[in-house]
Ligand binder design. Structure first.
Ligand code: APR
Length: 242
């Protein structure tokens, strides 16, 4: 059985990292067009660096939670194919022990030279005047995908999604494409689909099964069901008491 998982900010929420579109989410306090686009960086790189310096600081203090660990455990113990696709720029899946992870929106803990493509571990604080150690250009940025840029690994992600027998969407609002289209693609290609979220996502109609509740509670329970061979494809809308 091939398993493909897609995660979003909700899986890291209980590690203390903010989500984007929930009440108090990052996009209620910042405007995407001020901090998360190539134009924003061209206009005001100091503000963009300040935003990501703060987020990097938060990430360094955060640790993986039970949901991250459960997915790492699933990968270790599952005998078929396994791919974890994440929209998250944190590295909590990797720190929990997940191996086959594709971070389609990049990685906050890395820096990227927009001039020569050199990637290195980001320092705590980045500034517009920083210079690349390889080419000396003052074009250092977080190694992230901003709105309007191409997501990473898309061909690989689509190929794995098309071959998935089980596709799970966890902790994402399903508002950002192309990630948001993957569950529908998986279902069209014959996968059983499941969503685990606090609230139904914008793409919940593509889920055979929707499990509502906190990731730290629901994901370990769902993983335990799969590992014990009980992962049914029930069509019920289920709540935390399931
Ligand atoms: N457990 C499970 N789900 C949760 C929890 C939790 N503890 N807390 C929040 N959620 C769910 C919310 O119900 C929501 O569906 O996580 C989702 C968070 O949605 P968003 O804030 O929109 O985050 P995400 O979907 O990951 O955003 C996608 O948007 O701004 C960009 O690049 C950014 O990768 C990000 C992309």
């Amino acid at each position: 059985m091939n398993i493909v998982i897609l995660t979003g900010a909700g899986i890291s929420a209980e590690s203390g990292l903010g989500t984007f579109r929930d009440k108090d989410g990052l996009w209620t306090r910042y405007r995407i067009e001020d901090v998360a686009t190539p134009d924003a960086y061209a206009r005001n790189p100091a503000l963009v660096h300040e935003f990501y310096n703060l987020r990097r600081h938060g990430l360094r203090a955060a640790v993986p939670n039970a949901a991250h660990f459960a997915l790492a455990d699933l990968e270790r113990r599952h005998s078929g194919g396994f791919l974890l696709v994440t929209q998250n720029v944190d590295d909590l899946h990797q720190r929990a022990g997940s191996q086959n992870v594709l971070a389609m929106h990049g990685q906050l803990q890395n820096a990227l030279c927009a001039g020569c493509g050199h990637v290195w571990p980001a320092p705590d604080l980045m500034f517009p005047e920083d210079r690349c150690a390889c080419c000396d250009a003052p074009l250092c940025r977080p190694d992230l995908v901003w709105f309007g840029e191409d997501v990473r690994f898309l061909d690989q992600i689509i190929a794995a999604t098309e071959k998935a027998d089980l596709f799970a969407l966890i902790g994402t609002s399903g508002n950002v494409h192309p990630a948001a289209g993957l569950m529908e693609l998986a279902r069209e290609c014959g996968a059983a689909t499941v969503e685990i979220n606090l609230e139904p996502s914008a793409v919940a109609s593509a889920a055979d099964r929707v499990i509502l509740g906190r990731a730290t509670e629901m994901v370990p329970r769902w993983v335990a069901d799969i590992l014990s061979g009980q992962s049914g494809g029930s069509h019920r809308m289920a709540g935390p008491s399931e």
